[in-house]
Design a protein around this ligand. Structure first.
Ligand code: RIB
Ligand code: CA
Length: 332
């Protein structure tokens, strides 16, 4: 039950849970360029790299953006019920963000409350209005539910980059990286009572920025230019060498665009279970029954709004507009 109504002129409060990560950095640039979005807090999670590296990169991005006023807290360093698996530094660079000093080498001043309390306190401060955006494994989000069992009823919605409902994985043939990094946490998150919008590989694998547009943005001054000039080339090389195409895949930026352009996606409502065993561990399985009933393993679970397709041309165009304008001074 959301009590918050969109009031013209009010900025919408957002908390971003992230494992930066080159595409996370591009998504954060979008969030700070969106005039009606107010980023209230950042929490970090292991994923693309170890937690300390992810936290260093997130704090470095806030410093680069001139937004060290925003509280940042480190969350979980390993999955909920498993040992830490492999990282994705081969995709994102040895420092997790391009390997070319994309962010200032700051010592993060972390919020002493830690991620779980920061999430709960931010939800309380913006009761019914806070939008959670999860760009990494869902470990922090599931742990925040443990810590605050009504969190799912107190936030306005949860937007997730993750999963592969209708197609293959990227981390394995069956699983997308964020979900595979913590399938148990993801299954808990998809079974809770919040409004969830899942932007998975079904959409993001098709959302690509040609390197010519990357070079245009790299020539800009300020934080946008520095990230596109120093963080993105390593990520671009990965896709050229591994996938043989010229450009980058915009996973996390696609999820962030749900904040301002949800109508550029086609949404399929369905309950989701996450496989936790065997070769398909990490696969997100929707139950697409239309007769109003679902098999026992899906029964009683809420519908997740699954992004099935998107208007990728207009999505990329809207992203370019935001990146070209640079960060707006949303100092409140
Ligand atoms: O599978 C892509 C997702 O995994 C993105 O969020 C990327 O940053 C990594 O976290
Ligand atoms: Ca990410």
């Amino acid at each position: 039950m959301n009590t918050f109504s969109d009031q013209p002129g009010l900025k919408r409060p957002v908390l971003i849970d992230t494992d930066p990560g080159v595409d996370d950095a591009l998504a954060l640039l979008l969030a700070f360029a969106m005039p009606d979005i107010d980023v209230k807090a950042i929490t970090t999670v292991f994923g693309n790299g170890p937690l300390d590296m992810m936290t260093h990169n997130a704090a470095g991005l806030l410093s680069l953006f001139g937004r060290t006023d925003i509280p940042i807290a480190a969350g979980c360093s390993k999955p909920r019920d498993a040992e830490l698996g492999g990282d994705a530094l081969f995709v994102h660079g040895p420092d997790g963000i391009g390997g070319n000093k994309a962010v200032p080498d700051t010592t993060p001043e972390l919020d002493p409350r830690g991620a779980l309390h920061l999430i709960a306190d931010t939800a309380s401060a913006h009761e019914g209005a806070l939008i959670l955006v999860a760009l990494g494994p869902l470990t922090n989000i599931a742990a925040a539910l443990d810590h605050d069992p009504d969190l799912d009823l107190r936030v306005r919605e949860l937007i997730i980059m993750g999963g592969n409902a209708f197609g293959p994985g990227n981390a394995t043939p069956t699983a997308e990286a964020n979900i595979l990094n913590d399938p148990e946490a993801a299954d808990i998150v998809f079974g809770a009572r919040w409004t969830v919008r899942m932007v998975g590989l079904d959409v993001t694998e098709k959302l690509r920025m040609p390197s010519q547009q990357r070079r245009e943005l790299a020539a800009q001054t300020g934080p946008v230019g520095r990230v596109f000039d120093r963080a993105v080339p390593f990520y671009e090389d990965f896709y050229r060498n591994a996938a043989g195409f010229d450009g980058i895949v915009l996973h996390d930026p696609a999820a962030m665009m749900v904040l301002t352009h949800p109508n550029l996606f086609d949404w399929q409502p369905a309950p989701i279970r996450v496989e936790t065993l065997g070769m398909s561990r990490g696969k997100t399985w929707p139950s697409l029954r239309n007769e109003g009933w679902h098999p026992p393993d899906w029964s009683g679970r809420p519908n997740i709004q699954i992004a099935r397709t998107s208007d990728k041309e207009n999505l990329l165009q809207e992203m370019m507009t935001l990146w070209r304008q640079g960060l707006v001074g949303n100092h409140t």
